[in-house]
Design a protein around this ligand. Structure first.
Ligand code: PAF
Length: 284
């Protein structure tokens, strides 16, 4: 595996790969790789001649310094995973390489509306940080395909809009959330949970699934009572709720009445750890 740390070398390598007509697949990550990332790598291999994984804990998308400091880091283990899964290139830049003039002076990319609602409202500036770093990676790497998990559903919608509206010739391919046997969505942040929290965390998806079932079963179109009782359940289990609602699955407008295509989006705190998850509800 070729580990590249600076943009100049990456640029030269991409120029060469493009010249010999290689199809490039990019998986942007913040490291601390888990099975969800491995599944993305395996998928990327099916589409691409060359698989590039980037590891960059992007300070621009953290609106909380403590959260950035606590973000789990495991470079040696990540390298082993990438080598074992035969990734061709790891791009592992420093903060200075990506933001040479500092974050405050960085030109940014914003996807309007979608970036400022739901998760974007709870974490101001977060999606602007995501889209800015993703645009930088897309500009330098010019991948044919880029792969993202559906756990970060709002992020996925925003990146698709970014690609469409800035005319990137990149196909975005998503993969359903990978879960532990107990239903907990795999996430690097799970590493910050203590032993008691690890036992509680799976209730999030259990309650999400229960909510979805109730919405489908409910005769009335009104869903607020179902949402309220799920919130109470979450609270009783020890979660503190940032976001728990049902949304239009494309616009992410909050819904008070049933629609054909909906999605439950949840962001909750368990102690010091913020967990996110979602579930689509499609009614015929
Ligand atoms: O989902 C993530 O890990 C990050 O938001 C991403 C897409 C790598 C951008 O920093």
């Amino acid at each position: 595996m070729n580990i590249i740390k600076n943009l100049k070398t990456l640029h030269a390598e991409i120029k060469f790969l493009k010249k010999i007509n290689k199809k490039i697949g990019l998986i942007p990550t913040m490291g601390n790789l888990h099975d969800g990332h491995i599944k993305l790598i395996l998928l990327a291999k099916k589409y691409s001649d060359i698989v590039i994984v980037s590891i960059f804990i992007n300070p621009m998308q953290f609106n909380n310094l403590l959260d950035l400091e606590k973000y789990p880091r495991s470079f040696d283990q990540d390298c082993m995973i990438l080598k074992n899964n035969k990734v061709d290139i790891l791009f592992f830049p420093t903060i200075n390489e990506i933001y040479p003039s500092g974050i405050e002076n960085q030109t940014f990319i914003t996807v309007p509306k979608l970036s400022n609602i739901v998760e974007g409202k709870a974490r101001p500036g977060h999606f602007q940080g995501v889209t800015t770093v993703i645009a930088k990676l897309f500009n330098v790497i010019q991948p044919n395909f880029s792969f993202f998990g559906e756990k970060d559903y709002q992020q996925l919608l925003i990146i698709k809009k970014l690609v469409k509206e800035l005319n990137y010739m990149i196909k975005i391919i998503s993969l359903p959330t990978i879960r532990s046997k107990n239903g907990l969505a795999l996430s690097s942040r799970n590493n910050n949970l203590n032993s008691q929290e690890i036992k509680t965390a799976p209730y999030l998806y259990l309650i999400i699934k229960k909510t979805a079932k109730q919405v489908i079963k409910e005769d009335s179109d009104i869903i607020i009572n179902i949402i309220n009782s799920s919130r109470t359940l979450l609270f009783k289990k020890g979660f503190s709720i940032d976001i728990f609602n049902i949304y239009d699955y494309q616009t992410l407008d909050v819904l008070f009445k049933k629609k054909k295509k909906m999605i439950i989006l949840a962001s909750v705190w368990l102690g010091q750890t913020r967990l996110i998850d979602n579930k689509k509800i499609f009614i015929d």
